[in-house]
Ligand binder design. Structure first.
Ligand code: SF4
Length: 238
């Protein structure tokens, strides 16, 4: 028998979360330009731009950057100062330098391709576990988990509850949850859905609990900004 992971909810609760989330996503998903491509290079560019930067600031720069450097080879062949200038004013200016280095490594070591493996992606300086998971699930359609700020917050609130803090002390637990919740073969939609859910409904400051489909499952419902509400899970009714 496989070992039981006490951090992971049982299959019935996972299915209920998945169904509710995907139903919500079908009606509320954001229309974002990097969701219209499966090119791993373009998805990588979007993910690096989205680190610490809001979506509406990223969208015009994403288009501009890809007009100028439409392929890995063209980015690798540009000067790093030109790439950094194109990046402005997005900020966190180490990012274009790293992206440029990633493109050069991809050309020299992978024949100009972004590799389709978590290990190879994480071997690039500047590609962490989140970005590797995003490229694997959004470009290569593999069931790889992700854990950005939005995903962390949603999983934390629904499955761990408010008294467990912001998740920073339990990243291992949240990575396990993120992986265990993916419906087989559906990481693309599922991961996008959790991100949208966190960005639009279960937001950091004002989660819209009144209209939230997760109410019966959520250990933080109703959300209290002072974190004083922490309901026991109602496992029997799930
Ligand atoms: S009930 Fe509130 S805290 Fe729980 S997932 Fe929904 S919006 Fe977030």
């Amino acid at each position: 028998m496989p070992p039981v992971n006490r951090h992971v909810p049982d299959p019935a609760i996972r299915r209920r979360f998945q169904r509710r989330l995907l139903r919500w996503y079908a009606r509320h998903q954001r229309d974002l330009p990097w969701r219209k491509t499966s090119d791993p290079y373009k998805i990588l560019v979007s993910e690096v731009m989205l680190q610490q930067t809001q979506v509406d600031r990223v969208i015009p720069k994403y288009h501009e950057f890809l007009r100028k450097y439409p392929t890995v080879e063209e980015l690798a062949g540009a000067s790093v100062s030109d790439v950094a200038a194109t990046w402005r004013p997005l900020g966190y200016n180490i990012r274009p330098v790293r992206l440029h280095a990633i493109a050069q490594q991809a050309v020299h070591r992978h024949d100009g391709k972004i590799p389709a493996s978590l290990e190879e992606l994480q071997a690039f300086k500047g590609i962490g576990r989140y970005t590797a998971g995003a490229v694997m699930s959004f470009a290569f359609r593999q069931d790889a988990p992700i854990l950005d700020t939005n995903v962390k917050r949603v999983l934390q609130r629904v499955f761990l509850g408010p008294r467990n803090g912001n998740g920073s002390k339990s990243p291992k637990r949240l990575w396990e949850l993120s992986a265990a919740l993916i419906p087989k073969g559906k990481a693309y939609d599922f991961n996008q859905a959790v991100m949208d859910f966190g960005a639009l409904l279960c937001t950091a400051r004002k989660p819209n609990c009144e209209v939230c489909p997760m109410q019966p499952l959520c250990r933080s419902y109703p959300w209290d900004k002072d974190n004083t509400s922490c309901r026991k899970p109602r496992r029997s009714s799930m």
